[in-house]
Write a protein that binds this ligand. Structure first.
Ligand SMILES: Cc1ncc(C[n+]2csc(CCOP(=O)(O)OP(=O)(O)O)c2C)c(N)n1
Ligand SMILES: [Mg+2]
Length: 1112
């Protein structure tokens, strides 16, 4: 290692020096004349001719060109010391000097090889290992703009033509490949030739950044050992067959659908044979299941040829995405465009095995699917007991632009070695077509390669010229071998080109004219490979024709079959999900109470430490209090409520996984689910000991990396594998969750509707106004509610035995206020026949609030206990006023509806002022809206005015979600309209909260005070200035007022009702109308799509019909 380090230091210095002398080799913007670009048989650059002939001079006297003085003096000293006493130097140096001096003395073939020459030669070899890829012929188009680094020039090391046929010994202790100790002597010429072949052919290897010697040696051995990549005749025929499939598939689509966007693979067709060979090799090495994530480019080809989705189905979807015929129990959702759909199949491999492949559905958002794939892979490993992570593997395919540009790539890569997130390595394939839509690499990234980000993870990067079919196969196999050997990530950079525009109807010459001039005349990879095989004589024209005809015939047959193809029940739930219900199949509501003895038993397990365990004094106290809560059955707090939910689910055989930043202790130091022995540092997690012989991972709680996007994506993928798991992601503070906004928008809120896949993922988003400033108060509740797809003007069937409201809604948004209700809402996630995401506004100050406690009797299933309602013990969607009220309370003057922790403040104030004529109800489940319970309360207080009270600003919080639904509920009971709902809360605001604590306190006091004692003017937005009609915000009141002379007022939009401008426009339009005496909310007609989880429909026919309907 000593040598290795010294050597690399010397090389680095040498390079730095060369750079400072003016030769920059890393600039991509400089165009190098072709004759200078590659080091073929003309070995020397011109300056080699003038280089000095090496003579045995002391190292320290060598020119500073490539050895800096300090290092060479050091070497010289070492040499002297070694000559005096070989034991006085490190073993590695002993080997080094012994090899060179010994060999030079004893080997007759070595003519006067000096240590200096050996040093230089080593540096030269090392330069190839480090930088050989810079000279590799990677670009199929030959347009590459990069300078060959000087340190690959033998002249730099003092070698000349005259040295070419001299023999040299080359070897270093504990190095494999070229530098292995037992190498025979070779001429400089053959050494250079081999280096060129190994490092500068169609494959460029980047691996010397990997710190681990074993890994480097493993790769070096594979790279430098001259076993050529010669495939036998049979293998070649298989590869050819696969390349023909890949090529003809795209051609076929192009001829049948000339104007359709398919994001074809032309220019990168070798991806398909490469992937297939990679999968075959992986299967040989024990992989049984592969989860794949990929973007648009070549996706249909991968679906058809690699994953083997039936071609007729692909073609049918291509022809317009027929919406499946209505059939009882056939839920179709909104669908998605063809190049986003996922699927899974079992694929036979070349080696006679079967491998399960699943391609995960993804949105347009490039790279967003990466963490989802990794999470799903990890879950598969858990469920198949794949503890060494060799049976289940993730593969991610990327574009060059997105791999370099999207931050989630790095966030995902960074999970790779974390114990609770590792999957034993992901294989990445970058389809590097050297352009991103219209953007050149030089405008799209600052790094040399698009793959540089992966070097941070010590992943080897295998760049390959995609026109060299067999080189592609070679690196694909090598990647599979690496992953199965070292269980870590590896990257294949498939350097190709894009034959057409970004999509097939896009014109690429607008922006890349020169590139496309070259591309027009460039033969396809298939033509190149056919030529190679014909020249080798291993394949005949007839063989090729036969394969091509076979492929075309099958494509045609499948095309014909696609015309009558009737989509049947979608393959939307995999085997783990058998028996689960789609949104249109009724799932009965179940109780979630637990037998008291189970509660007591698990309660004991989760509050006890092993003997001799020494927790922190404060934690010990917390646990003693917890023990007491369980023993007395009183005062159960939030953390214990949560732990009881986890423990009871574990006892019932479920898997529970909680991940997020600092979740083990809990951001607010409330959870303490992992306790640390203060003397030994050992950790103890009581929830790991709830059932006898509990599997180590059955309960997983893990602090995550500091990423929202990747970790939430990971947990989402994890949750989709099996329904029998409660998977929870907790944000540090709710605000930070928007770092993973793509996961909320594209996956969580609309995934079921677009791709027919369910998830019961739970999000814990700390939320609440306690004066911590704009960034720690709000989880942006309003955004989750705005994305909810329940219709605000239609009360769905609420009869308990027929109610499907929650199944039909895209997710649930809750803001619960008691530990028992938290317990039940978590358990409800599992105790039902369907899965729905749960967005939970998690409390902060309620974690220790003296009033926010529950008794154990609210958790159990005993009739007569306070938790037990008419139907049993369940999650309470609405908590009625805590004062005893009969079914009819005429004397209540005001009914306050609220949600979350503001309840406790209101209740306290009410007690203070002894306001007996006010009732306060907590809407625990905001979405879907509990119409039945709200109406029950409306009926209970027939004379009460109705108030919605929230602590968030008016444009935030639940107000704009609640108001139309509450008014719908009221109208149905003749209790008034939108105008009869009083709003109490903060005024509209840009920031989610004030940064001044005093202001916060004033605001909070005022809203509570006002709410209970004072009448005050409602806040409205009349002061907003108006400029242009095209301007939605601020609302152009003056121009709208001017237009209000027309009879009927309609708001028309093409977006679904819960999206677009409607919910913003309606209250403002209504304000304008009222000012003119032109009516109110009810007089605004809405014309647009109904509420939806997904932003748009994936079925083109439905889209067209909707448009027609809208315009008429
Ligand atoms: C997050 C995100 N931003 C922007 C886009 C729009 N977009 C679609 S394809 C594309 C270019 C992608 O380039 P690259 O990753 O090199 O893939 P290629 O299309 O070249 O295969 C862009 C910017 C997108 N789909 N996703
Ligand atoms: Mg690209």
């Amino acid at each position: 290692m000593a040598w290795f380090r010294a050597g690399s230091g010397v090389a680095r210095l040498a390079i730095r020096r060369t750079l400072s002398q003016g030769g920059s080799y890393a600039t991509r913007s400089r165009v190098i004349p072709p004759q200078n670009r590659f080091f073929h048989s003309t070995v020397f650059k011109s300056k080699a001719q003038t280089a000095p002939v090496p003579r045995p001079v002391p190292l320290s006297k060598l020119t500073d060109n490539f050895l800096d003085g300090t290092s060479s003096v050091y070497l010289e000293e070492l040499q002297r010391a070694w000559e005096a006493d070989p034991n006085s130097v490190d073993e590695s140096w002993d080997n080094f000097f012994r090899n060179f001096v010994g060999q030079a003395a004893t080997s007759p073939g070595i003519s006067g090889q000096t240590i200096q020459e050996s040093m230089r030669l080593l540096l030269l070899v090392r330069a190839y290992q480090v930088n050989g890829h810079m000279k590799a012929k990677l670009d199929p188009l030959g347009l590459e703009e990069r300078e060959i680094p000087d340190d690959l020039d033998p002249a730099l090391y003092g070698f000349t033509e005259a040295d070419l046929d001299r023999e040299f010994f080359l070897g270093v202790w504990r190095m494999s490949g070229f530098l292995s100790e037992n190498r025979p002597v070779q001429t400089l010429r053959s050494i250079l030739t081999r280096l060129e072949q190994a490092y500068c052919g169609s494959i460029g290897y980047e691996y010397m950044h990997i710190a681990d010697r074993e890994k480097c040696n493993w790769l070096r051995d594979k790279i430098e050992t001259p076993t050529s990549m010669q495939y036998n005749c049979q293998r070649r025929e298989v590869i050819l067959d696969r390349l023909i499939w890949s090529t003809q598939f795209e051609n076929f689509l192009a001829t049948k659908w000339t104007t359709a966007k398919r994001f074809g693979l032309e220019g990168g067709e070798t991806l398909i044979p490469g992937m297939k060979e990679m999968f075959d090799r992986s299967a040989d090495l024990g992989v049984e299941s592969i989860v794949i994530g990929m973007p648009h480019r070549g996706r249909l080809n991968v679906l058809g040829n690699v994953v083997r989705k039936p071609l007729r189905q692909i073609f049918s979807e291509f022809s317009g995405g027929t919406k499946p015929v209505d059939e009882v129990g056939l839920y179709t959702g909104t669908g998605d465009v063809k190049y986003h759909l996922g699927t899974s199949y079992d694929r036979p491999t070349r080696g006679g095995k079967r491998i399960h492949l699943s391609l995960v559905a993804n949105p347009s958002h490039l790279e967003a699917v990466d963490p989802v794939v990794v999470g799903k892979t990890r879950a598969k490993q858990y469920y198949s007991n794949d503890t060494d992570r060799t049976k289940n593997m993730g593969i991610l395919i990327h574009g060059d632009g997105s791999f370099a540009g999207q931050g989630v790539v790095y966030e995902t890569l960074h999970l790779t070695a974390l114990p609770s997130y590792t999957t034993g390595g992901t294989i990445h394939i970058v389809v590097n077509n050297q352009v991103a839509f219209t953007t050149d690499p030089r405008a799209g990234r600052s790094s040399q390669y698009c793959t540089d980000v992966a070097k941070a993870l010590n992943a080897p990067i295998l760049h390959v010229n995609a026109d060299d079919m067999e080189a592609v196969v070679h690196v694909c196999e090598l990647a599979a071998e690496w992953r199965q050997t070292f269980h870590s990530d590896v990257v294949v950079d498939l350097v190709c080109y894009r034959r057409f525009g970004h999509n097939e109807i896009d014109e690429p010459s607008f922006t890349q004219p020169k590139m496309y001039q070259v591309i027009r005349n460039h033969p396809s990879a298939l033509e190149i490979y056919k030529k190679k095989l014909l020249e080798s004589g291993q394949v005949t024209e007839e063989d090729i024709r036969r394969i091509q005809e076979k492929v075309l015939t099958i494509l045609n047959e499948e095309f014909l079959a696609s015309q009558d193809y009737i989509p049947r029940r979608r393959d939307w739930l995999s085997s783990h999900w058998t028996g689960f219900k789609s949104p249109e199949q009724l799932s009965r509501v179940r109780n979630t109470g637990v037998k008291p003895e189970i509660l007591k038993n698990v309660g004991k397990a989760i509050t006890t430490f092993p003997e001799n365990f020494k927790p922190h004094r404060a934690v010990k106290k917390v646990y003693e209090q917890r023990q007491q809560m369980i023993e007395t059955g009183e005062g159960i707090d939030w953390a214990v409520g949560e732990a009881l939910a986890f423990a009871t689910l574990l006892v019932e055989g479920n898997h529970v996984r909680l991940s997020g930043q600092d979740v083990e202790r809990g951001t607010f130091s409330h959870r303490h689910s992992v306790v640390h022995d203060q003397e030994t540092g050992e950790k103890y997690c009581p929830l790991d000991h709830v059932v006898i012989n509990q599997n180590e991972e059955m309960f997983t709680v893990s602090n995550s990396s500091l990423s929202e996007f990747a970790v939430l994506g990971f947990e989402l993928g994890y949750s989709m594998e099996s329904p029998n798991s409660l998977v929870i992601w907790e944000a540090q503070f709710g605000d930070f969750a928007n770092g993973s906004q793509v996961i909320f928008d594209q996956f969580l809120s609309s995934g079921e509707s677009k791709w027919l896949r369910q998830t019961g993922l739970v999000l814990l988003l700390p939320h609440g106004y306690d004066g911590q400033g704009p960034e720690h108060s709000s989880a942006r509740l309003e955004r989750f509610l705005q994305m909810s797809d329940d219709n605000p003007y239609v009360i769905p069937e609420m009869e308990p035995t027929l109610r499907k409201q929650i199944q039909e809604c895209n997710w649930q948004v809750v803001n619960v206020t008691t530990p028992a209700n938290y317990f039940h809402v978590l358990r409800r996630q599992i105790h039902r026949d369907f899965r729905k995401p749960l967005v939970l506004m998690a409390p902060k100050n309620l974690l220790r609030h003296k009033e926010c406690k529950s008794n154990l009797s609210e958790f159990d299933d005993v009739q007569g206990h306070p938790g037990f309602d008419k139907q049993g013990t369940r999650f309470k969607r609405l908590i009625k006023d805590q004062n005893e009220h009969s079914d009819l309370e005429q004397g209540i003057r005001r009914l306050v509806l609220c949600s979350g922790k503001v309840y406790y403040e209101l209740d306290e104030e009410r007690k203070k002022v002894e306001a007996k004529d006010i009732a306060i109800c907590r809407v625990e489940q905001l979405c879907p809206f509990p119409y039945d319970l709200i109406q029950r309360e409306l009926k209970r207080y027939p004379n009460a005015e109705i108030v919605w009270c929230q602590e968030e600003p008016m444009n935030m919080g639940a107000y704009s979600y609640i108001a139309p639904r509450l008014s719908t509920a009221m109208k149905a009971l003749d209790r008034g309209t939108m105008d009869d709902i009083k709003y109490v809360g903060r005024s509209p605001s840009a920031a989610s909260a004030t940064g001044f604590y005093q202001v916060h306190v004033k605001e909070q006091t005022e809203l509570v005070y006002y709410e209970l004692d004072e009448e005050r003017e409602r806040v409205d937005g009349k002061e907003i200035a108006i400029r242009r009609l095209e301007q939605l915000c601020p609302f152009p009141y003056d121009l709208v007022l001017r237009e209000l002379r027309h009879d009927e007022i309609v708001w028309c939009q093409e977006e679904p009702m819960n999206m677009g401008a409607y919910s913003y426009i309606a209250p403002r339009l209504c304000t304008a109308m009222k000012a003119m005496g032109r009516g109110s909310w009810e007089d605004i007609k809405y014309v647009g799509r109904g509420p939806s989880a997904s932003t748009a429909i994936g079925f083109s026919q439905v889209h067209k019909n909707d448009r027609l309907r809208l315009s008429s």
